[in-house]
Ligand binder design. Sequence first.
Ligand SMILES: [Zn+2]
Length: 346
Amino acid sequence: MVSIVVSVVGTNALGFTLLDFPASVQVASGSYSKWDLDSTVPNLLSLSYSIDPTSFQSVSGAMAGIDSAFVSWAATTPGLTLTPAGYDPVFNTDANLVGTTGFEGPAGVGLGANVDVFMVPSAYTANFLGEHFEFNNPTVLASAFVHTFGNGEINTVDLYLNDSFTWATNGSNFDIETVVVHEIGHGLGLDHPDQAAANGAENYSPYTYDPGHPVSGVETLNSLYTGVNRALTDDEIGGILFMYIDEGTVTKGDLTLDGLVTSNDLQPFINTFFNQSAPLNLTEGRADFNDDDLITFNPDLQGFLNALGGGGGGSQPFAVVAPEPGSLVCLLIGGLFLASRPRRNS
Ligand SMILES: [Zn+2]
């Protein structure tokens, strides 16, 4: 049983890597590409997207499949909102970026959203930031053009699907939702984990953000199409949390994944404490304040309460400074003072 669990973790724990493969020293200093954030707390990333409907006319159900891809990201990724915007055949300002030609879709067409999705013919070419792109390459299903300002902040994203392939929405090749889910990941700041090492970059744990995670090649952001793969994993979601919610460091005590430690995190903390069979997930590591892979009354609950109250509770263990839900009372009187539970099933 243990070996199976370890095997599963090893297979799926691919981690995430960031756009354009920044070196670990760059990542550590926050020097990587991402969308700018609203200055309000908690951190929220809210983007619009738009689809050029005319370019997808030949693929039945394409619009719904693409919408579903955006919904998957928004539904599973805390802090991320993706709002559909109507088609607007007018260039938006980013279409006139200096040094770009043909950017923002086929000539004469442009959409006004943060992320725009097009199908382009194999004859389509684009000059983007000094590089020439052609879609007559028979191995390139799609490309994400991510424009950033000089400081790395993402300004606008276009996702281009290659019309020279046969696209489908019924689960056969090539599955349009699978490919768009992947490309959205680039548009949000993620890159291919299976290529990270070859580019001098690291894969990071979605749970601890530690570098050096192994790669097996089954991840949604893997560079190769291997069939229908529409679901996001902890790896992609952890990457978004890293960039936009935690900004580089796991926020201990934030079990609701909103970037804050509040009384709302108490119940999930208690659930984690008691749920002996819970698999490793995005929240458990946040309850493990001292990173010993055990969720213990002390120091982990104490750490949580300190984080909740802003610290200073060391001499008065378990002094609750927030409204005290009944479930915490149960925990305190349950005789579990020295109880601990393994964070992993090993
Ligand atoms: Zn890709």
